[in-house]
Design a protein around this ligand. Structure first.
Ligand SMILES: Cc1cc2nc3c(=O)[nH]c(=O)nc-3n(C[C@H](O)[C@H](O)[C@H](O)COP(=O)(O)OP(=O)(O)OC[C@H]3O[C@@H](n4cnc5c(N)ncnc54)[C@H](O)[C@@H]3O)c2cc1C
Length: 502
């Protein structure tokens, strides 16, 4: 019997928010923050609001009113499931999947990168080319992968991943770290499974998810076989420890002052595997450097997961455009040519990202199993460009705000003191924008451009898709050089030592 199938905390069918909360509540997961162990993430102030936000996503997708937008029917079985698990067969499927992902991203304003649709995209991508896992003709790992994908899809479970080792010493390969079991890897093998020891960097959302996927996207070197893995563990697996970074949500004093961190702080954690037992059924790549590499590039996984990210980012950039125009209107500067130029430059980045998402669908390709994946040239262009575009968007929004985002009441309680309120209402207002409206808008913008939450969001958009040098190399590989080569040949063939050839 497969271990995870025994889990009776996940029921089959479209998941509701209440079912999600019930599944992770007091489930024995070991989450640590501020030197203490968290007993229940669903009620702890560092995590509970983000849990509620994720629950809200499940309520959207399970609402029968949204079924046309949010659900897909498996052609072979007739099973109805959340679109995030769809294995697209044609462009229409990709469009529909985009619609569902966009709807979810609007509920978080694109501010939660690791909502359940992100890693679901990776698992869908792996299930679209499962033969990659059957290296050397062994079907077992391929079957494990398919079975887990079907299990997760049927129950709509939330998976996060850690696919980068901790930094510690990047000058050495994984097995040369001192001691050699610092980075998460296999330290023992049993008849029924393996033992994992070591740490993996930054599981975003792992404190909130059902399962954790462990693999490596960082190139694995010869000798690193013990780290060349792909597997899943439930977040409450014995020995798994989730060390959260500082919580911006619990540091916030009110929703009015911190409207984003209080709802969308998904948290990021160092993950420690303290001799975690993983049954064989949950292992998809085992001590196999070639498959560990190929799973990202020879399946649609990286394209499917990152296409989801790009759809989410477009929503976030739309929010930034709206905030940029709103603050300009409020300050009465929209008609100034320089302001319009700034809005125009911001718009060019937002439109470019949106256009690249359109292009990924327009140039989708069909694989040998008949599934379509987003076009990779446009996908990697978007990944590379976003790490430059997002900081530029922040810079322009910051420029448009001037000092207004700083000259704000210290907190919402300044509105409750009659003396301070009078001055705030007189001096922190704009035509059509009474003080509460002006302060509300500017506090939200400051959280997006200048707070600790903002800094983390920027770091996320720069790094979430993997090491920049890896994705840039991938862009160079995915760029279609055929037409370029033809042009170069034609340009060079047009003349020789004697002059023009035509
Ligand atoms: C907010 C946030 C959330 C994240 N969430 C997740 C998550 O959920 N799951 C997950 O698995 N990962 C996550 N990550 C990790 C992310 O994938 C990595 O940060 C990213 O891949 C970069 O790797 P690194 O941080 O180890 O940087 P390093 O590899 O240490 O590189 C740091 C810098 O050193 C230079 N450098 C290092 N090596 C090279 C090289 N070989 N060639 C050229 N330059 C080099 C580059 O300038 C690089 O930017 C997250 C990161 C952030 C910031």
């Amino acid at each position: 019997m497969v271990n995870y199938l025994d889990e009776n905390r996940f029921s089959v069918g479209l998941r509701t928010g209440a079912q999600y909360i019930e599944a992770i509540k007091n489930d024995g997961r070991r989450v640590f923050i501020d030197g203490k162990e968290v007993r229940d993430v669903t009620i702890h102030p560092a995590f509970s609001d983000a849990v509620r936000t994720i629950a809200g996503l499940y309520d959207i997708s399970s609402d029968p009113e949204n079924s046309k937008l949010m659900t897909h029917t498996a052609p072979a079985t007739g099973d109805v499931f959340n679109y995030i698990w769809c294995l697209p067969r044609d462009k229409a499927d990709l469009h529909a999947r985009r619609g569902a992902i966009e709807r979810w991203s609007e509920a978080t304003f694109g501010l939660m990168g690791r909502s359940p649709d992100h890693v679901a995209g990776f698992f869908a991508g792996w299930a679209m080319a499962p033969d990659v896992f059957a290296r050397n003709g062994s079907l077992e790992l391929k079957q494990n992968l398919i079975r887990f994908y079907e299990f997760a899809r049927a129950r709509d479970i939330f998976i996060t991943y850690t696919i980068i080792p901790p930094q510690i010493d990047r000058s050495k390969p994984m097995h040369m770290q001192n001691p050699p079991d610092l980075y998460a890897g296999v330290i023992d093998e049993r008849d029924n499974g393996i033992i994992i020891r070591g740490a993996q960097m930054l599981g975003t959302g792992t404190a909130l998810s059902d399962y954790l996927n462990l693999s490596q996207i960082t190139p694995v070197q010869p000798g690193d076989d013990a780290h060349a893995l792909n597997l899943v563990v439930p977040c409450n697996a014995p020995g798994l420890k989730i060390y959260s970074r500082r919580s911006y949500a619990s540091a916030a004093n009110s929703v009015f002052d911190y409207p984003l961190a209080t709802r969308f702080d998904e948290t990021d954690s160092l993950i420690v595997f303290d001799d975690v037992f993983v049954p064989w059924e949950q292992v998809f790549v085992y001590k196999d450097i070639d498959t560990c590499r190929d799973q990202w590039w020879k399946t649609p996984a990286h394209a499917m997961g990152n296409h989801q990210s790009q759809i989410r980012l477009v929503t976030k950039l739309r929010l930034m455009m709206g905030l940029a125009r709103r603050v300009s209107e409020m300050n009465g500067v929209t008609q100034i040519a320089e302001v319009q130029t700034l809005l125009g430059e911001m718009g060019s980045y937002a439109a470019m990202m949106e256009g690249l998402v359109d292009a990924q669908i327009a140039t989708c390709t069909t694989n040998e199993n008949g599934y379509v994946e987003p076009g990779r040239q446009a996908l990697y262009a978007a990944i590379v460009l976003q790490s430059k575009a997002y900081p530029r968007m922040l810079e322009y929004l910051r420029e448009l705000c001037g000092g207004g985002v700083i000259q704000l009441p210290s907190s919402v309680t300044d509105f409750t003191n009659p003396e301070t309120r009078i001055d705030i209402e007189r001096y922190i207002q704009s035509p059509q924008y009474p003080a509460t409206e002006r302060v509300k808008l500017l506090k939200m913008i400051w959280e997006l451009i200048g707070s600790e939450f903002a800094g983390r969001q920027e770091q996320y958009e720069k790094f979430y898709a993997g090491p920049p040098f890896v994705v840039k190399k991938r862009m160079a590989m995915e760029y279609n050089f055929n037409k370029s080569d033809k042009l170069v040949n034609a340009a060079l063939a047009g003349y020789d030592l004697d002059g023009r050839c035509d």
